[in-house]
Design a protein around this ligand. Structure first.
Ligand code: NAD
Length: 435
């Protein structure tokens, strides 16, 4: 049996490690953050991801999962090492590969047997080639090392399900040996394995994410136009979705995409294209539309509230999407910053995001543990995340709890029929306002 290691226990690394163990592998998970490893060893996950804790505890108990900061010893004994560390955005939009290179160096200086290094992190096209050359240069022991690409397609909030029942597993390989090793590791998942060369695999990841981002920005663009011409985006997307070439998924308008992937992956590919002397106009359009869309709600609220100074503002939903505690690039953040700068008094509710939000805004926001409390005596309310508890809330609460029930819903949580006759002033995205 191969000794498998995963470097990085974030959203991708931890879910990968746990799911590889779940299908029967023995997996060591390495992170350089001692607090994370201590938490994991105490049976708790440092991230919120539905279904993850149970699987983690189960596989740890069964002796198939190990968490450590001791990379040297762990890499020395590994046959296969998956790299799942972050590749955040540099100031110029390019991908920051420092974490990947650090791990590559640590591996090169530690491995004591032939090893396949599998890059799961999202990296620019050509990075796998460069990392392989870099590691070969830095190898200390006389061993064979090879790099393969295996981009990750999980979505936060459904990461465990997405991994155990992935639509496909893309592997980018340059040798039969690498292909055979990865195929046998993934065989128990019983999912389609799509093999290609490393550069194509790296591109599949960017092209997929950028296409999804483009889909969101396209719908948002059309939604904004719907408002101007008196159409309803919900009816429009419904009408579009009957065409099988379009489908019915990912057609929800809102205040733009956030998270740790779409914003940075669109910018990174656009940057990379420019380096090659090519302008990716469609991706640039997705980025530009999204940048503006973040403020679509505030713009609407301005019509009713020329200033937010001293206004009591209820905020429902803080995370970039439901099902996660991740706040990276959450549209709520620039909006809340703007409101605070103008002197608004914010009272916010989110079912899981509050602890992380406190790290960004420790004292400036009154955090509430229920929707009811967040709405109390508020002049207006913004909805930034479509959590189920918000979508299913008692709509009478708006009128009952708020001073003046002005609602700006950035995720179209409620149908217009439900809203009518509730005595509230309701604005959403791409649909007529109810006043
Ligand atoms: P993350 O920030 O949640 O996790 C990264 C982890 O790596 C952290 O726990 C960090 O402590 C650890 N780390 C950093 N340096 C290390 C080192 N030298 N050794 C060991 N561990 C180290 O990141 P993430 O969201 O899991 O994303 C990881 C990669 O996967 C990125 O390239 C991202 O673009 C890609 N990706 C992310 C998602 C997603 O939904 N989050 C989906 C698909 C792909």
């Amino acid at each position: 049996m191969k000794h498998i290691t995963v470097a990085g226990t974030g959203y991708v690394g931890l879910v990968t490690g746990v799911c590889l163990a779940e299908v029967g592998h023995h997996v060591s998970c390495v992170d350089n953050n001692q607090d994370k490893i201590d938490l994991l060893n105490s049976g708790k996950s440092p991230i919120f991801e539905p279904g993850l804790d149970e699987l983690m505890v189960k596989n740890k108990k069964e002796g198939k999962l190990l968490f450590t900061t001791d990379y040297k010893k762990t890499y020395a004994q590994s046959d296969v090492i998956f790299i799942g560390v972050g590749t955040p955005e540099n100031a110029d939009g390019s991908a920051n590969l420092n974490y990947v290179y650090t791990v590559a160096q640590q591996i090169a200086e530690s491995v004591e047997r032939d090893c396949l290094v599998v890059i799961k992190s999202t990296v620019p096209i050509g990075t796998n080639d460069k990392i392989e050359a870099f590691m070969k240069e830095h190898l200390i022991n006389n061993v064979q090392i090879e790099v393969a690409s295996n981009p990750e397609f999980l979505a936060q909030g459904t990461a465990v399900r997405d991994t155990l029942h992935a639509s496909r597993i893309v592997i980018g390989v340059e040798s039969e040996n690498a292909k055979q090793i990865l195929t046998s590791i993934y065989e128990p998942f019983k999912q389609p394995i799509v093999a290609m060369n490393r550069r194509s695999a790296e591109m599949v990841k960017y092209a997929s994410n950028d296409f999804l981002a483009l889909k969101i920005s396209f719908v948002n663009d059309i939604a904004n136009l719907c408002e101007k011409v008196g159409a309803n985006i919900e009816d429009v997307t419904n009408g579009m979705s009957y065409d099988e070439r379009i489908g019915n998924r990912f057609l929800n308008p809102g205040i733009g995409y956030g998270g740790s992937c779409f914003p940075k992956d669109t910018k990174a590919l656009h940057w990379l294209a420019e380096e090659e002397g090519y302008i990716l106009r469609t991706v640039k359009a997705a980025i530009d539309v999204n940048e503006k869309q973040k403020y679509a709600l505030i713009k609407k609220a301005r019509n009713d509230f020329p200033t937010f100074n001293e206004k009591k503002v209820a905020v429902l939903g803080l995370t970039f999407k439901p099902g996660t505690d991740d706040l990276r690039e959450a549209p709520s953040i620039p909006n809340i910053r703007l409101l605070l700068n103008e002197g608004a008094r914010i009272q916010a509710f989110d079912p899981v995001g509050i602890e992380n939000y406190k790290k960004l805004f420790p004292d400036q926001i009154a955090y509430k543990h229920s929707i009811e409390e967040a709405l109390e005596d508020a002049d207006l309310c913004f909805i930034f995340t479509e959590w189920p508890e918000i979508k299913e809330m008692d709509l009478d609460l708006f009128k009952k709890q708020m001073k003046t029930p002005h609602i700006y819903d950035g995720r179209n949580c409620f149908s217009l029929c439900e809203i009518e006759n509730k005595g509230i002033n309701y604005h959403s995205i791409g649909r007529p306002s109810v006043v």
